[in-house]
Write a protein that binds this ligand. Structure first.
Ligand SMILES: CSCCC(=O)/C(O)=C/O
Ligand SMILES: [Fe+2]
Length: 176
């Protein structure tokens, strides 16, 4: 895993877009992002149990696996959105980038590789893309229903109760 500020330059979303400015694990944890490297599924299972996760699935995101819909799929994942539940993503093979919004609304890019596991809080604005390998195989762990439900930013998300609670927690309990 490596985290850095996104460079905001135009170009293919799958390129690194590395500004050269690293983001520390402390800052990520302030945003509510936790990261582990788990070579064994035993650790993933233990974490899932400790956080009461009930469901999981596996997804392969590649032109071979998805065929003609690959481009549409990575466009959909790259639209800025939030989820109303905490989510765990565990990279089984390949890699990819999660971009999450920092406190000043700038993008932090998180590069995930095989055996990286990330916990993302409910309410954080984010997006995902494959990298230039065009191959991500991931386990998605869900606290409840095994459903990927994105709420795109701007469609009433500012007043969403999970968004409001997330911002309050992130900013130390002081409403913005
Ligand atoms: C790498 S898992 C697929 C993407 C995903 O689950 C998600 O929530 C993108 O924002
Ligand atoms: Fe998402």
């Amino acid at each position: 895993m490596k985290a850095y500020w996104f460079d905001n330059l135009p170009g293919d979303q799958r390129e690194p877009h590395d500004s050269g400015r690293e983001v520390s694990p402390e800052y990520l944890s302030k945003l509510g992002i936790l990261h582990y490297n788990y070579p064994s599924l035993d650790s993933v299972n233990a974490l899932a149990t400790s956080r009461s996760y009930k469901n999981r699935d596996e997804i392969t995101i590649s032109p071979t696996a998805l065929g003609a819909v690959y481009d549409d799929k990575i466009k959909a994942f790259f639209a800025e959105h939030l989820h109303e539940d905490e989510e765990i993503r565990y990279i089984l093979d390949g890699g990819g980038y999660f971009d999450v919004r920092g406190q000043d609304d700038d993008w932090v890019r998180i590069k995930l590789e095989k055996h990286d596991l990330m916990i993302m809080p409910a309410g954080i604005y984010h997006r995902f893309t494959t990298d230039t390998q065009n191959y991500t195989k991931a386990m998605r762990l869900f606290q409840d229903e095994p459903k990927w439900t994105p709420l795109n930013r701007g469609e009433g998300t500012e007043g969403n109760q999970y968004r409001v609670a997330y911002v309050k927690q992130r900013d130390g309990g002081v409403a913005a």
